[in-house]
Design a protein around this ligand. Structure first.
Ligand code: TA6
Length: 306
């Protein structure tokens, strides 16, 4: 079983402008829609689309609980969330400008969680997760969830003996690296925060794979530099028309982890994940991708052994 943990869930509010975002002008919206937000939830969506059983864990505010649950149900995501009483699940604003590819992402901080909320989450994880399971911790941490809590969570998972994948950034990423988790996916900026001065990106990945089983450095549209044991690849995605890159990295992570649990090889998992991510960016929401489209795109993924 795969469990995704979204400590700081979010509802994405997609704002479709009638033109280019311009300062000192009343920028008018053509439409507003809502989609699932949160890196762990996006991972769960990709896993479910690929037919891999998983359950989304984490927190959920009670004041707009129905709104988040409705989206999770629409997306077919099995979930068991700890309610944070009297607080809302935050929103992220995804701005899409007319006839311009890509999006601008603005995220709220999120509601603070209490020691009681955290204890309920830890108890649920301890009760559910077994040594043969996979856990993905993805996204930011809400106020009240400190680095020491993340350390406690990772140590609990290490004690259980499950596979631990982390899509984290900043000090949270450093905590995961220090704990020798099994998978990390820093982007090209985040990797610099854990790179020794003067070391090349490839040498940094080689060093990290000595203690972390899978290391993927995402480079946006340029693809990713990936390492596992003594295998290192530069992956280049197929060229597609980009509508919205929001959620592309999360889609990659969910598809990659799903492929590993299906016993696919490192190269197969990389090419499937890259293709799913390339399919995702062609859709203007935060989650949608086509498995069929991805199967076709997978043949166009370029893999260069390093
Ligand atoms: O990666 C995309 C995304 O999940 C958006 O949908 C938005 O929800 C945001 O990231 C949340 O990021 P955070 O790092 O704050 O958890």
């Amino acid at each position: 079983m795969i469990y995704t943990i979204t400590l700081n869930p979010t509802i994405d509010r997609l704002l479709y402008l009638d033109g280019k975002l311009t300062k000192e002008k009343n920028n008018r919206l053509e439409s507003v829609t809502y989609d699932l937000g949160g890196k762990g939830h996006h991972g769960s969506y990709a896993m479910s689309k690929l037919g891999v059983e998983n359950q989304a864990l984490g927190f959920c505010g009670t004041t707009n609980k129905r709104k988040l649950e409705k989206i999770l149900e629409e997306k077919g995501i099995n979930h068991d969330l700890v309610e944070v009483y009297g607080k809302p699940t935050r929103e992220s604003y995804v701005i899409l400008e007319k006839d311009i590819s890509g999006s601008t992402l603005i995220t709220e901080k999120g509601s603070a969680v209490s020691s009681y909320d955290k204890s309920l989450l830890f108890d649920k994880i301890e009760e559910k997760v077994g040594a043969k399971d996979t856990v993905l911790i993805a996204g930011s941490m809400p106020p009240g969830f400190e680095l020491e809590d993340l350390e406690k969570l990772i140590n609990l998972l290490k004690k259980i003996g499950c596979f631990i994948a982390c899509d984290l950034s900043g000090d949270a990423l450093k905590t995961a690296v220090k704990a020798n988790v099994d998978f990390i996916k820093p982007n090209r900026f985040e990797i610099l925060e854990i790179t020794e001065q003067g070391k090349s990106l490839l040498d940094t990945v080689k060093e990290l794979t000595k203690t972390i089983d899978y290391v993927v450095v995402s480079q946006g549209g340029a693809g990713s530099l990936c390492g596992h044991k003594d295998e290192f690849y530069q992956i280049t995605p197929p060229v597609v028309v980009v509508k919205n890159d929001t959620g592309a990295g999360d889609c990659f992570v969910g598809a990659f982890i799903a492929s590993l649990t299906q016993q696919k090889t490192f190269v197969e998992a990389l090419t499937i994940a890259t293709a799913c991510s390339a399919s995702k960016v062609q859709h203007d929401d935060s989650t949608t991708f086509s498995v069929k489209d991805a199967q076709n795109l997978q043949k166009k993924v370029i893999l260069k052994k390093l």
